[in-house]
Ligand binder design. Structure first.
Ligand code: SF4
Length: 281
């Protein structure tokens, strides 16, 4: 009997702590995500998905850039889910996998899902998605990852992803076609974030999310990107994105309803973090 009571108490306290856990990462944006590719041709140095794939033996640091399509996942039956489904969260949409990605988005859309399309946008990719899903604008929210307005900086951290100019054109195009648009400036890759926001915000219907690089050195090591130059640049980034810099940035945009702050910044400022997934706040 005593054991039963203890078990009951334990279960209820487990439920409580699970319920009260503050959300982080992609769970801040969407309650669920969907993927069908192992690997990503963009090969970003700071990639968390790559680090996890290397850590758990699904990929090596060298072959991460080779994209392997999982046809079973691609063609799996999709049910309607509540809230946004983030696609993709552990790879990207490249010109090479575009046809498959359009098929995948189509499956999500036709079962009534709301899709948060997250990508470092190639213009040809965005153009094709906008044309194919012109009749489903209310089910798609684009979220383009743009961590800097300097192409050299982007090319250093994200060697095979599009230039700043191509990402900006993609955002402008999706906006002009009447789609809902948003930006993820996470990780911010320099301290010119204020300038970046001013350039992008006229084409954003939803929000610009700002966040810092997370667990950078550990991830760089797993990803085989821990050469002297990269570690030096990571150190510069950490030092320049100081708490004071974060606070100034927050003060600049705190009354702008289109600017949202990721967990890394919420912690510094002292903003309460939600305990429910996918609130997008
Ligand atoms: S685009 Fe995303 S998934 Fe692809 S390597 Fe970069 S961070 Fe990783």
């Amino acid at each position: 009997m005593g054991n039963k009571i203890n078990l009951k108490q334990k279960k209820s306290s487990l439920r409580k702590s699970k319920k009260e856990k503050q959300v982080s990462g992609t769970a801040e944006w969407a309650p669920q995500n969907a993927n069908f590719i192992n690997g990503c041709s963009h090969n970003c140095k700071y990639c968390y998905a790559k680090a996890m794939a290397v850590r758990f033996g699904r990929k090596t640091a060298d072959n991460w850039k080779t994209e392997e399509v999982n046809l079973e996942k691609l063609r799996a039956r999709r049910n309607q889910k509540e809230g946004y489904t983030m696609f993709p969260s552990s790879h990207d949409i490249s010109p090479e996998n575009l046809d498959y990605s359009i098929e995948f988005i189509g499956r999500l859309i036709e079962t009534g899902n709301q899709v948060l399309v997250v990508t470092k946008p190639h213009f040809s990719v965005v153009e094709s998605i906008c044309k194919r899903f012109a009749g489903n604008k209310d089910q798609i929210l684009f979220r383009f990852t743009i961590g800097s307005c300097n192409t050299e900086t982007l090319k250093f951290w994200e060697p095979f992803a599009p230039s700043f100019e191509e990402r900006l054109s993609s955002l402008q195009y999706a906006f002009s076609m009447g789609f809902q648009t948003s930006v993820s400036c996470e990780p911010a890759l320099d301290t010119h974030t204020e300038e970046l926001v001013h350039i992008l915000i006229p084409y954003v219907t939803d929000a610009i999310w700002i966040g810092l690089p997370n667990r950078l050195n550990g991830i760089l090591k797993l990803n085989g990107a821990n050469d002297f130059t990269t570690l030096k640049c990571a150190e510069v980034l950490r030092n320049t994105q100081s708490k004071e810099w974060v606070k100034d940035l927050y003060n600049t945009f705190q009354s702008n309803p289109k600017i949202k702050w990721k967990e890394s910044i919420k912690k510094i400022i002292g903003i309460e973090r939600p305990t429910t997934v996918g609130l997008d706040i």
